[in-house]
Design a protein around this ligand. Structure first.
Ligand code: SF4
Length: 323
């Protein structure tokens, strides 16, 4: 069942040189209990799209539709939005320390999060906080609950941040590069934890990452972004086996280290297909408005925004595994 449906999402940030469009008409959905990964390089709009869901980015102008559990969020009042934020949609950020307050014990922070969304007594909330710490894999939670963030390792702080996010029993966890700051062993443990939590709690997870290992480990579906737009979307196995969009292929090759992933690349084109300034297959039609989504293959949910998958072109021209 669809929990989150995002359609035509646009996000603009004011700058001294005028507004900059970070997200330019993005569509995707997340079902209950599903893990969807937003994948793309820096500046692709994945973080801006996530922050726009509950309008947590300062100064951003948000347009389009964000329907969460049947309720439109883009035009709801601040009170409604506050009740959704944290209560139904929780965020976990890249740096484990970002969302934790260094002057309060981790227990106090989880207890406060529980009591913000529930009228539990302090003792009840403390018992639940211990249980949450146990759920996120903190050893000796009854003792660790009184620790301060600086007394915990980076991996433990990120687990505590997840415990705070889960305190209100949300339906959707939005996690922005949650494992990037951790070493490989801690990353693996945290990914396993997110997978377990999703399955046990029927928790939907929207995960922002540029790490294909994370995608392969966790995702049910993948949405590939470039220049603030969706280039391709589909099931994780399909995308890994048959990446169809020329940008997805380049991204996968560069992230795997088999292609040049240097920063010295053209910026996305403002009109037409944003990838056309570096696409080896670009034809004049690629500059004529935004390419529509077309089926990439027989897989119903595998769609690609590229003119070569439309009726006027032969996808054999693109070569590679996706054609
Ligand atoms: S629409 Fe054109 S420029 Fe964009 S990926 Fe397809 S062929 Fe390349």
């Amino acid at each position: 069942m669809t929990l989150l449906s995002v359609e035509g999402l646009r996000v603009e940030f004011p700058t001294d040189e005028g507004p900059v469009e970070a997200v330019d008409g993005v569509d995707f959905t997340v079902d209950r209990g599903e893990v969807v990964c937003l994948v793309g390089e820096t500046g692709s709009g994945k973080t801006a799209a996530c922050e726009a869901l509950t309008r947590i980015a300062d100064g951003a102008a948000v347009d389009g539709s964000v329907r969460f559990d049947g309720r439109e969020l883009t035009d709801c009042d601040d009170r409604t939005l506050r009740s959704v934020r944290g209560d139904r949609i929780a965020h976990v950020f890249q740096q484990p320390g970002t969302s934790l307050d260094p002057v309060y014990s981790v227990g106090d922070q989880i207890i406060e999060a529980i009591r913000l969304h529930d009228d539990a007594s302090r003792n009840e909330a403390r018992a639940r906080a211990v249980s949450l710490l146990e759920d996120v894999g903190i050893a000796a939670p009854a003792e660790r609950i009184d620790a301060y963030p600086h007394q915990l390792s980076g991996g433990m702080r990120q687990r505590v941040a997840i415990a705070v996010a889960l305190a209100a029993d949300p339906d959707l966890l939005v996690a922005d590069e949650p494992t990037t700051a951790l070493d490989v062993t801690l990353q693996a443990g945290l990914l396993e934890l997110l997978r377990e939590l999703s399955a046990e709690r029927d928790l939907a997870v929207l995960l922002v990452t540029h790490d294909l290992g994370v995608v392969a480990e966790l995702a049910d579906r993948v949405v590939v972004l470039y220049g603030g737009r969706v280039m391709e979307r589909g099931g994780v196995e399909t995308l890994f086996e048959r990446p169809a969009h020329p940008y997805t292929r380049l991204l996968f090759e560069s992230l795997r280290g088999t292609a040049d992933g240097s920063d010295d690349r053209p910026t996305p084109a403002d009109d037409g297909c944003p990838f056309r300034s570096e696409c080896p297959y670009a034809v004049p039609d690629c500059a004529e408005g935004r390419p529509s989504f077309h089926a990439a293959d027989d897989e119903p949910a595998h769609e690609v925004a590229c003119v070569f998958y439309g009726p006027d072109y032969d996808i054999g021209t693109l070569g590679g595994e996706g054609s």
